[in-house]
Design a protein around this ligand. Structure first.
Ligand code: GLC
Length: 631
């Protein structure tokens, strides 16, 4: 059980005891102590049922629900972005949840700074009439990745290539422990998206195009996050997202300026059920307690208003008993008439609304909907029951604050080693002329080029410290170049030049060039790509090395396959390292053979754009799903 904080009721009991005049006996020296008056019996004050952790959760929920006003119930269904909340409103309105969106860090972006921020918010929740704790959420999608100093794991596409469920469970456990240290018990992950068109900017958030692979890894990760007991001090709830069909949208159907993100999944129900639904069955079987609705549409109907898929399929047919949360402002996209959209979304089965800004507007709209009879009170009670059940399951009424005893282990070397193993297992070897790889650590000279070779921010990608990620030394870790330098023997000379303008003799016998190139960080629709082309600066570096080097190894740092067919012939070896995160040394581990190559493509690697979405091939892809060399 989470360690018990002293609850309000206990204070009351102590005060009663003190007022009863029974003083603790004071020690006397010599004389036989006089018989002390027996303290008056004070009937033990039973805690209110919902505060009594000895009672079944269902009974605690029933008791609490009975005590709540409609306003307090609607408050519990309201999830607000932390920069938008007036702190006193947390108690006044009984707000149910807060979140940090991507990059939503406190001024002191350290684990302790986060713990202080979240605990401050929780203290406000304790001041509410019923003292219902907040559920604070964050996108810890590849480690607790908004926080400086935490372990940043490879993004999911790399973990799909590693395809190691035991490793996924370990990653979930570490992520949960680093979150709980900061008082955050709700992770908006795993994404169980099945990207069908890798032009999608969120391709890397998915494990694979294949629902069976997604199901296996997402279930393992969720078990790692949630552990055996949700009320344990180092467990959190995961959130499978985005329900349903987020990875199946069609090009040029995107929302606003996005080309494919948040677009329309134009498939029949059989395809939706075969490709996009199975991972939800898998995570529900693994104990999912929260599921996030997709911005996307299915054949023209916004998911945020889709009663058949949320109520009938997810909650009915699949028996999901947790709570459904909207995406960031997702309700607003349904029709544009906000009051109607709120009623539509809540009636469709959304329980918690990620507003995220104007929470009073949402509360007013839903209150109006209930009073007008557009939203049945029974629907409100069902939503609040689901939310409260999970707060009790997490033990938040007993201990809602940060598990500060876990702070010291955040970013620990042993955890970084797990991330480094994940990196090594995620790299996919796609070409290896004359068995060039793995390289010998004793090679005479190595010439390394590419901005991505020495940049933690680039190798980590989006959802790292900032929503969109950021170039530079944004958080502790090792770059790929640092890993290379540590891996080579004493006799090897390593020269690094981002643009490939080397001073040493790259034609010397035994010399090898390594180009680490790829994409700069992005997230969501900002990464939608019309061309899947390598950036022109990267092409310039590659062309220079293709001309000058006798042996050229290319390592791609990207969130997805890129169109490289016209270049591959000029490379002696090619490996996809995806977005490895903070432990870039894992790439060096396979480059020099400390760990064997084992990664397999979790998505099809198209040769041309007309092969997208997958399955509409005119010709064979450049590399098929499941491909990977193991020298
Ligand atoms: C975003 C994403 C979602 C994320 C949420 C909170 O827009 O769609 O995946 O969990 O907002 O950051």
């Amino acid at each position: 059980m989470k360690k018990h904080g002293l609850r309000p009721i206990a204070f009351l009991w102590l005060i009663l005891l003190a007022l009863s005049g029974c003083d603790a006996p004071t020690p006397t020296l010599m004389p036989t102590p006089l018989p002390q008056p027996s303290p008056p019996t004070v009937a033990a004050v039973e805690p209110l049922p919902y505060l009594n952790s000895a009672l079944p959760i269902a009974a605690r929920v029933d008791d609490l629900l009975r005590r709540m006003s409609l306003a307090e119930k609607i408050g519990q269904m309201t999830l607000v972005e932390k920069n938008s909340i007036v702190a006193t409103d947390i108690a006044d309105l009984g707000i149910g949840g807060l979140l940090s969106g991507g990059g939503g860090y406190p001024q002191d972006n350290t684990p302790t700074g986060w713990a202080n921020m979240v605990d401050d918010f929780q203290q406000h929740a304790r001041d509410s009439r019923l003292g219902i704790p907040l559920l604070y959420g964050v996108d810890a999608v590849h480690g607790h990745s908004n926080v400086k100093g935490t372990v940043i794991f490879p993004h999911n596409i790399g973990l799909g290539a590693a395809n190691n469920p035991a490793l996924m469970q370990r990653i979930g456990q570490i992520t949960a422990a680093e979150m709980a240290a900061t008082g955050i018990y709700w992770n908006y992950g795993p994404a169980v998206s099945a990207p069908q068109d890798v032009r999608w900017g969120r391709t890397y958030e998915g494990y694979s195009e294949d629902p069976a692979l997604i199901s296996r890894l997402a279930a393992a990760y969720l078990r790692g996050l949630q552990g055996e007991h949700l009320a344990a001090p180092d467990t959190v709830i995961g959130t499978a997202k985005h329900f349903v069909g987020d990875g199946g949208t069609a090009w040029d159907t995107g929302s606003g300026r996005y080309r494919i993100d948040q677009g329309d999944t134009q498939v029949d129900e059989a395809t939706l059920r075969a490709v996009h639904l199975p991972p939800y069955s898998a995570v529900i079987a693994a104990g999912a307690r929260s599921i996030m609705v997709s911005y996307s549409s299915w054949n023209g109907t916004k998911m945020h208003g889709h009663a058949y898929l949320i109520n009938d399929v997810l909650k009915g047919e699949l028996g999901f008993s947790g709570f459904v949360v909207s995406d960031w402002g997702g309700i607003d996209q349904i029709s544009g008439n906000y009051d109607n959209d709120v009623a539509t979304a809540i009636n469709a089965g959304i329980d918690m609304n990620m507003v995220p800004f104007d929470y009073r507007r949402f509360i007013a709209a839903l209150s109006k909907g209930v009073e007008a009879g557009d939203v049945p009170l029974a629907r409100i009670d069902d939503a609040v029951r689901r939310i409260l059940t999970i707060k009790f399951e997490l033990g938040l009424f007993e201990q809602a604050l940060a598990q500060r005893h876990l702070l010291a282990a955040v970013g620990a070397d042993g955890r970084r080693q797990v991330a480094r193993e994940a990196v090594a297992q995620s790299v996919v070897l796609l070409k290896n002329e004359d068995g060039l790889l793995p390289l010998s650590p004793d090679l005479p000279a190595l010439f390394v080029a590419g901005a991505a070779a020495d940049d933690i921010g680039i190798q980590s990608g989006g959802w790292t410290i900032e929503w969109q990620g950021k170039k530079g030394a944004i958080t502790p870790g090792t770059t790929i170049l640092q890993g290379i330098r540590a891996a080579v023997g004493a006799g090897a000379v390593v020269e690094y030049n981002a643009t490939g303008n080397f001073s040493g003799d790259i034609t010397a016998p035994g010399a090898v060039c390594v180009a680490v190139v790829g994409e700069l960080p992005y997230a969501e629709g900002e990464g939608d790509s019309r061309t899947l082309a390598l950036p022109t600066g990267e092409i310039r570096v590659l062309r220079r090395l293709e001309q000058a080097c006798s042996r050229l190894v290319v390592i791609l740092i990207s969130g997805r396959p890129l169109l490289i067919s016209e270049f591959v012939d000029g490379w002696d070896a090619l490996a996809a390292a995806w977005l490895p995160g903070s432990e870039g040394a894992g790439v060096a581990d396979v480059l020099f053979g400390a760990v064997p190559f084992r990664g397999k493509l979790p998505v099809t690697w198209p040769a041309t754009l007309d092969q997208l979405p997958r399955g509409t091939y005119a010709d064979p892809p450049l590399f098929p799903f499941g491909f990977g060399l193991t020298p």
